[in-house]
Ligand binder design. Structure first.
Ligand SMILES: [Zn+2]
Length: 66
């Protein structure tokens, strides 16, 4: 079985998207993972944007721009 990040609940996703907006506006965010409290990481790639927990088995949200 391959370990993978979990899909967040809607409430968790909203917190992550809020953090993503912070990254886009200011290049950083004070928001931490709603599940484990670790910092969040934002990546912007060709296939879209990703905001995820720095714990590789925690949660992630994919989006295609805002
Ligand atoms: Zn986490």
């Amino acid at each position: 079985m391959v370990m993978t990040r979990e899909r967040p609940t809607e409430a968790e996703a909203n917190i992550l998207l809020d953090a993503q907006r912070g990254y886009i506006k200011r290049g950083n965010t004070a928001v931490r993972c709603p599940r484990c409290g670790k910092p969040l990481e934002y990546r912007c790639g060709e296939s879209g944007e990703t905001i995820c927990c720095t714990d590789e088995y925690c949660i992630v949200v994919y989006s295609r721009g805002i």
